[in-house]
Write a protein that binds this ligand. Structure first.
Ligand SMILES: [Fe+2]
Length: 404
């Protein structure tokens, strides 16, 4: 953005030097963007009993906000709707392409409509004056605004979907989720959605734009970090595309009696491997995560939950690569002691079921194949999994009793 601002300042300064020649100013302004548009999203993050986060991406730097309305049958233009701004700037409304607006103070299990709004950065004179584009507002005149339902206090059952290792196969992702709208309580992308992240818009173009269009503007999306999300010059900004509770790459979320842990399982090879060129310190990162996991499993929320499911991109394998071994050494002992019902993994690009006793995990582990849809039905007695390929053909089906 600094380069853009510098260029714009240069244009305006040049124009100012020739202030007596107004047509030159007009000519300079005509080269600047006059409008801003949304190029990815909106998509929902971190939906809780009392709030949710809306994220989207604009084509140029912009100041963004969200208008909120109850789902009460009134037209969106019925009255002035409350406005929520991007607070990631700690009180300064950010001029950014990736927008993150958190809405709080809501009621549990309640439907809300929302509308994303923006004004793009057109020019900045280097002092205080900012020139904005004409405002953008998502269409609520001809189209229905998206609806989000906050999490209820209680759930008897859950129905959610998991995919992993899509590796930029956006066409197949669209097949897997073509009928997803309104079908799931939430969706989990369990790592390696991309192969390498070298450009800012790669995540949007590879899968997030499709996810938002097909379901994620109304269905909560949770994402775990796979080993490939460590790769590429822009991988360091992976977290800026999401808003996880706690602001780290690992987190928990809860739907009533169902408690979920989303792990960051790190890279698959040692940090010293030539492939990483000295760019990684995952060992320390995962050790800090293991300490966090101990605190999570000691919490009342975890202990009081009836169903506990863990997502980890890399599965525990005692004789596998270092990444597999780290999951065995750092996370499995904590989870064994705490007691969980199921770990859902990815990474190996083939399906496998690892019953208790086949690794150091004393809980079942299921590895979902790449580019296959796992749907999960869970209640307080049983967790049932069903896997289908992009054509919709069922490939595996199995279920587990809840252990408490
Ligand atoms: Fe992987």
């Amino acid at each position: 953005m600094k380069k853009v601002l510098a260029l714009v300042s240069l244009i305006l300064c040049a124009a100012a030097l020739h202030a007596q020649n107004a047509p030159q100013v007009d000519s300079a302004l005509k080269q600047l963007p006059s409008a801003v548009k949304c190029v990815c999203g909106p998509y929902l993050q971190n939906v809780t009993t009392d709030g949710f986060t809306v994220m989207w991406v604009s084509d140029i730097d912009a100041l963004g906000w969200v208008e909120l309305a109850p789902d009460d049958g009134t037209h969106f233009y019925h009255e002035d709707r409350p406005k929520y701004y991007d607070m990631t700037g700690n009180g300064i409304n950010p001029l950014t392409r990736i927008h993150t607006v958190r809405i709080t103070g809501l009621q549990p299990g309640t439907r809300y409509r929302y509308r994303i709004m923006m004004k793009g950065l057109r020019a900045f004179n280097g002092e205080r004056d900012i020139l904005f584009t004409k405002p953008y507002g998502a269409d609520v005149y001809r189209s229905k605004p998206p609806v989000v339902t906050t999490v209820r206090e209680e759930y008897d059952k859950l129905h959610f979907a998991v995919v992993n290792d899509i590796h930029e196969h956006d066409k197949e992702l669209r097949e897997l989720f073509k009928d997803a709208r309104g079908q799931y309580d939430f969706v989990v992308f369990n790592g390696d959605m991309t192969s390498v992240i070298n450009r800012e818009m790669h995540i949007a173009e590879s899968y997030l734009k499709s996810a938002a269009e097909l379901f994620a503007n109304e269905t909560p999306l949770y994402v775990t970090r796979g080993n490939h999300e460590y790769r590429g010059l822009d991988a360091i900004r992976w977290l800026s595309w999401y808003q996880f509770p706690g602001g780290r790459t690992y987190y928990t979320f809860q739907y009533g009696q169902f408690f979920f842990i989303a792990l960051d399982s790190g890279e698959d090879k040692p940090d010293s491997d030539i492939e990483y060129q000295g760019m990684l310190s995952t060992g320390q990162h995962l050790r800090e995560e293991a300490e966090w996991l101990r605190q999570v499993t000691a919490s009342d929320a975890f202990k009081n939950a009836k169903v506990r499911i863990v997502f980890s991109h890399i599965p525990p394998r005692q004789k596998g690569w270092l990444g597999d071994q780290q999951v065995c050494d750092l996370f499995v002992p904590v989870l064994n002691e705490a007691g969980i019902d199921l770990m859902i993994c990815a990474h190996e690009h083939r399906y496998s079921y690892c019953p208790v006793g086949t690794s150091n995990a004393d809980f079942p582990v299921v590895v979902n194949k790449n580019v296959e849809l796992m749907t999960v039905d869970a209640d307080s007695r049983e967790i049932s999994l069903r896997m289908t390929d992009p054509s919709g053909k069922e490939t595996h089906k199995l279920s587990f009793p809840v252990r408490r």
